[in-house]
Design a protein around this ligand. Structure first.
Ligand SMILES: C[S@@+](CC[C@H](N)C(=O)[O-])C[C@H]1O[C@@H](n2cnc3c(N)ncnc32)[C@H](O)[C@@H]1O
Length: 335
């Protein structure tokens, strides 16, 4: 994994594009960002956050992350901006509560929201956290080390059908049932506790011809377990509508997704957000039924070759962005 600036371990993806998309919303009242609030819902190592704070000396940033180690790194990295930064350890689907706790309202209160989904390079590089199939480590995969469920819990306790369902749904693994059967046979002898044991098992479970063509045989299973352990997709489904509600008129949201399951959720929520509520066939927009958002991107944007060569992590990224053009029409219940 490429190392980040000043050794922070994570190179921010599509950084210039995120700056170009969000800056107009953050500077529309003052060119230095005074009075504007940016929520970095996945602050991670603070790479994106640092750039916005450095560019806009009046900007206030609220950074969320569920991983306390990421927040420690970010706190150090952003020390020089400390008076303009609030860092909160929380899941991003608790964004409304986080905003209320920081004194902002949960609706119509922020000018920009950034989601840079998935795991960071630092999380992958911390071998003991078990995210990587390339190194032997405990079967853990928790982004929040205090959350109750580990990958070992799933592998050793879910019944065969539940296991196959996780692998199929979150990993799009076509050998899900075979792998689940292998796991159940193996754990009847001894529980699986290490990533290396699971990788060995996957080599046995996936037929040799498929192993030669389908990428690393562990890739899809590891993705599936990580998503299940961290409740990633459901968390994103809950978070996006709440993040959209948090935006003021002319506020903008940018989402960077790294796998198709996440991107599908973003695409669906965004498609709904830009849709008119006026019944089809009426010649004029009914009052209060106009679209609340407009799209700032056509389809999903990808990183160019130069960036993917510089930062291999950017290879799978899909960026989508919206701008709020109408106030929220219906009040949503926030937790
Ligand atoms: C790709 S990294 C962000 C990197 C960051 N943009 C940077 O430039 O350093 C994603 C971060 O999101 C965090 N994360 C993932 N899911 C989360 C969730 N549901 N709630 C809060 N943080 C989450 C991870 O812990 C990780 O630190």
């Amino acid at each position: 994994m490429a190392d980040g600036p000043a050794g922070f371990g994570h190179v921010p993806v599509l950084l210039e594009r995120c700056v170009a998309l969000l800056t107009p919303a953050l500077t529309r009242h003052h060119p230095d960002g005074s009075g504007a609030i940016l929520v970095d819902a996945t602050v991670g190592a603070g790479g994106h956050a640092e750039r916005f704070l450095a560019n806009l000396p009046g900007l206030r940033l609220i950074g969320l992350d569920r991983d306390p180690l990421a927040l420690d790194i970010t706190r150090t990295r952003l020390t020089r901006f400390a008076d303009r930064v609030t860092l909160l350890r929380t899941r991003y689907d608790r964004i409304a509560t986080a905003l209320t706790e920081t004194g902002c309202g949960a609706t119509g209160s922020v000018d920009g929201v950034l989601f840079d989904l998935g795991v960071s390079s630092m999380q992958l590089d911390r071998l003991e956290r078990g995210f990587s199939y390339a190194h032997d480590a405990p079967l853990d995969m928790r982004m929040d080390p205090d959350s109750p469920l580990t990958a070992a819990d799933i592998v050793n306790n879910y019944d065969e059908a539940e296991l196959a369902d996780v692998l199929h749904r979150y990993g799009e693994e076509r050998f899900a049932r075979r792998i689940a059967a292998h796991i159940v046979r193996r754990r009847a002898v001894t529980p699986l506790t290490r990533t290396g044991e699971l990788v060995d098992l996957l080599y046995q479970a996936i037929p040799a011809p498929a192993r030669r063509t389908g990428g690393h045989p562990a890739k899809r299973t590891f993705q599936a377990l990580r998503i299940a352990v961290n409740d990633e997709l459901e968390s994103l489904c809950r978070a996006l509508p709440v993040a959209l509600d948090a935006l003021t008129v002319d506020g903008r949201v940018v989402v960077l997704a790294y796998q198709s399951l996440e991107d599908r959720i973003v695409k669906d929520v965004f498609r709904n957000a830009v849709a008119s509520r006026t019944p089809a066939g009426l010649p004029v927009e009914l009052p209060g039924h106009a679209p609340e958002f407009k799209s700032l991107t056509r389809g999903a944007e990808r990183a160019d070759r130069a960036e993917t060569q510089r930062n291999p992590r950017s290879a799978g990224v899909r960026l989508r962005a919206l701008q709020r053009v109408q106030p929220p029409q219906q009040a949503r219940r926030h937790d």
